[in-house]
Design a protein. Structure first.
Length: 158
């Protein structure tokens, strides 16, 4: 059994009390509904931007925001569709669970919804990948990230 070697000091105890008090104020604070909607929307846009950018999507945060508002932007169809899919999935994230559980079937459905109309082969939507993929710089050809090959894992066809 691990027994850490430390001592509480008056400063540590005071800081813990201050943190707990601040947390209670925040948790119980009234949030103006209009602000809550704005904060949720901003968080959704930032999450969609971050999750698609890490996959190589070139759209800026401002462009993602414009798409979320239904505005037209100048970008490839694939880049726009990837962001729109991400926004839709994040807006409805609660539907991706069954009785507070996340199952393999749900993960594959989530994948299908995220990749809808953006993969070269629509048959790959909602399935484990069978081909090696990578994230790379299209201009320089540099490979930024190479995930494990599908051969390293048991592939299930659902």
């Amino acid at each position: 059994m691990f027994t850490p070697n430390f001592n509480y000091t008056h400063k540590i105890v005071k800081n813990l009390v201050d943190i707990a008090s601040a947390r209670e104020i925040i948790v119980n604070a009234y949030l103006v509904p209009k602000w809550e909607i704005t904060l949720r929307r901003d968080a959704l846009i930032k999450a969609a931007h971050a999750s698609t950018a890490i996959e190589g999507n070139p759209l800026t945060l401002e462009e993602v925001s414009q798409l979320a508002q239904g505005r037209k932007i100048t970008a490839t169809r694939k880049a726009q569709q990837e962001v729109l899919n991400s926004l839709r999935v994040l807006e409805d994230i609660e539907k991706y669970q069954e009785q507070d559980k996340i199952t393999e079937k749900i993960i594959l459905n989530l994948h299908k919804d995220i990749t809808k109309d953006i993969l070269e082969n629509p048959e790959h939507e909602g399935r484990y990948r069978e081909l090696q993929v990578y994230v790379g710089n299209r201009i320089t050809g540099e490979i930024i990230f190479m995930p494990p090959s599908p051969e390293k894992y048991h592939i299930m066809n659902l």
